[in-house]
Design a binder for this molecule. Sequence first.
Ligand code: HEM
Length: 414
Amino acid sequence: MKTPDNTGECSTPASTGSGLTGWIDRRLPVVSAFRAEYIDFRMPRNLNWLWNFGAILTVVLLLMLATGTFLAMNYTPTSAGAFASVEAIDRQLSGGWLLRAMHMTGANLFLAALYIHLFRGLYYGSYKAPREILWLTGLILLVMVMATAFAGYMLPWGQMSYWGADVITKAVGAVPLIGATLEHVLTGSDHLGDVFLHRFFVLHFLLAFLVVAVVGLHVAAVHFSGSNNPLGIEPKTKKDTLTFHPYYTTKDLVGLLVFALVFSALMFFWPGILTEAANYAPADPMHTPADIEPEWYFLPYYGLLQSVPSKFGGLVVSAASLLVLFALPWLDRSPVRSARFRPICRVGLFGLVAAFVLLAAAGKHHAEGGWMLVGRLAGLYYFAYFLVLLPLASRIEKTRPLPSSIAAATQGDA
Ligand code: HEM
């Protein structure tokens, strides 16, 4: 970038590179920018394996875009042709089964990695100042990824695609005043068919690429504020940090290899764990399945949806469970970030994970009797954690003493 020097002249930052990279860099300093952000960039020295998930998410996102592009080349977005085109990808297209298996396993593990990544942020207080915008861009990504995954699940036009779409479009239709219009915008006609599928195909494709743009913002925000760390204290001196390369490039690579092993094991040996048998039957508007349930990653929200008697109420509560995360940096006012030093917050957070799992279990069962009660209690705890427990703990919690520096706390590892 040209910057004015003290004589008022514009100068270009000196580039140390020679040859082609030096030539490019003197004209557009992408090489030195890359060096500054990914090689010499200083990171806290104490990041644990939970910090691998950002890199894992980035790589899986690229895999999803690559496999999705080839799947789209062979997919037919019509209610008469969709199911058969997906079957043809699986059975006739050369290597098509692998493309589809990677895309389906990728979708499931992407969401799993996303939940772990989010939990890491909750546990170590990475949403607190000065990382609020980083947190908000992450949440925007979460919503976008969920919408992309939902739209993608419609595309094979199996029984669960159809009936899942039926539940959600009807829930949207229950919104007072504008519900009917919203429902029509989604379905495009008076029934779930060609127009709906075509719209969701475009939405799926488009959102996936928009996610890449928001990831760019998100990662820029990480580099601007610097990474948080398990102690939740800022690095003070050079001794508290390490360069990104070779320390974290190597650590990310190890994380990616372990993740690739889990990915391959699931994809090749246990594909049935992540797929719903009912979606291997073509959509049939005349035959409602005994149980309509979404993919596992939507179950907690479905549990909330079911635990409220009114359709609109259920929709509001499910949406609120995501919206409350946006307010988190302002609900939790404690000056201490990491839950390691916050006894109340730490116990409360494990309770939150338990509530999330229980909501998923409630979502998997019929909304009646004991499961209805479990769903309601877990839902109540979920909201109470954010709206009551955290704000209260910020005031009354007796936090454990913080170490004087990262280097001092990790001396044993040095
Ligand atoms: C497409 C999805 C996402 C991608 C590709 C992504 C990518 C990344 C990357 C590469 C990093 C830096 C490495 C790391 O700290 O792990 C990062 C950090 C971070 N992300 Fe994400 N992210 C995504 C979604 C989210 C979501 C849903 C949230 C939560 C709301 C989130 C919150 C954060 C936070 C708070 C940090 C900084 C953590 C710290 O330094 O302690 N991200 N992300």
